[in-house]
Design a protein around this ligand. Structure first.
Ligand SMILES: [Zn+2]
Length: 307
């Protein structure tokens, strides 16, 4: 696919550009106001704490193939708040099989998204950032798109907070009311690692067995510094742009609008999918933010350099 290879080339160029610039930003994610729309507002005061551990979960949902996983995220929110009686969804972030990242527990302006204290590790949530991979990973692994999003998110986080990817830090092991001394816990760990033996099988045995590779991949992504890569298969599916000139865009049904902004937030292009989209006249060699919308929802965003 010529167009695909061109686009991959753009992403490679972007990676080099970001490495050269030392840019490292939090990957884009879907805001609570979008996925939580129409549901009850969470309650409670929020506390922000520095992170020592990134704790990875699975949601224990069936491994469905969907265009939009927002209903599952909403279900988790409803389950945590109404069934479990928690103040809010437990995790800091969630990642769906399409590789989209959702902001989880609402910091309510009192903390950053990655540092707001959640409810996800057997009552010992202090200093943890919880990331939930949507699905069940006892016998299968998360999709490649989901794993890349995870590497990008955690890669950004460990760089930002200077967390040693292969290190251990003492942490309380739950759930217990006994005042046991903290135990060494891998800085990037699974839910069950932070709990007493047999308490949970989260994040699933097969997925958990790959955590050494996961740490290597996080380290690699961290070194490339926070680029939200798009899966090549998805690139093919999106059929976004070619180099200059007229390009026919054939989007998946769920996306119907595209907006392109420059770094100063100026809207450069706002067009419906299915139309002929021209990138001619857009500033060259500039980092642009692209937002794909379906309905009123922002479904996906990424950055690239317009050739
Ligand atoms: Zn879990």
């Amino acid at each position: 696919m010529k167009r695909q290879s061109i686009f991959i080339g753009i992403l490679v160029a972007l990676a080099h550009y970001l490495e050269a610039q030392g840019v490292c930003e939090e990957p884009s994610s879907i805001a609570q106001a979008i996925w939580r729309e129409g549901l009850q507002t969470p309650i409670g005061n929020r506390l922000g704490l520095p992170t020592t551990h990134v704790v990875i979960h699975h949601s224990n949902d069936p491994n469905l193939v969907l265009d939009d996983y927002t209903p599952l995220v909403r279900n988790i929110y409803v389950y945590h708040t109404q069934n479990n009686g928690w103040d809010d969804i437990g995790y800091n972030y969630l990642i769906d099989p399409n590789g989209l990242i959702y902001k989880g527990r609402d910091p309510q302006g009192n903390a950053s998204q990655d540092e707001v204290e959640g409810a996800h590790m057997c009552n010992k949530n202090e200093n943890t950032m919880g990331v939930c991979m949507i699905g069940t990973f006892i016998n299968v692994l998360p999709t490649r798109a989901a794993l890349k999003a995870l590497y990008t998110l955690v890669g950004w986080k460990i760089r930002k907070d200077d967390i040693s990817v292969l290190g251990n830090t003492p942490h309380a092991i739950g759930p217990t009311s006994a005042n046991l001394p903290p135990m060494p816990l891998a800085n990037i760990c699974g839910h069950k690692d932070g709990c007493q033996s047999g308490y949970t099988e989260c994040p699933g045995d097969l997925f958990h067995s790959t955590f050494d590779e996961l740490r290597d991949s996080v380290s690699l992504y961290s070194s490339k510094c926070g680029v939200s890569f798009v899966e090549t298969q998805e690139l093919d599916q999106f059929k976004l742009f070619s180099l200059g000139g007229q390009t026919q865009v054939i989007p998946p049904k769920t996306y119907h609008e595209i907006k392109i902004y420059n770094l100063r937030g100026q809207l450069l292009l706002n067009q419906n999918f299915g139309d002929e989209v021209s990138t001619q006249g857009l500033p060259s060699h500039e980092l642009l933010l692209v937002i794909l919308k379906g309905g009123d929802k922002e479904l996906f965003r990424f950055k690239f350099i317009n050739p």
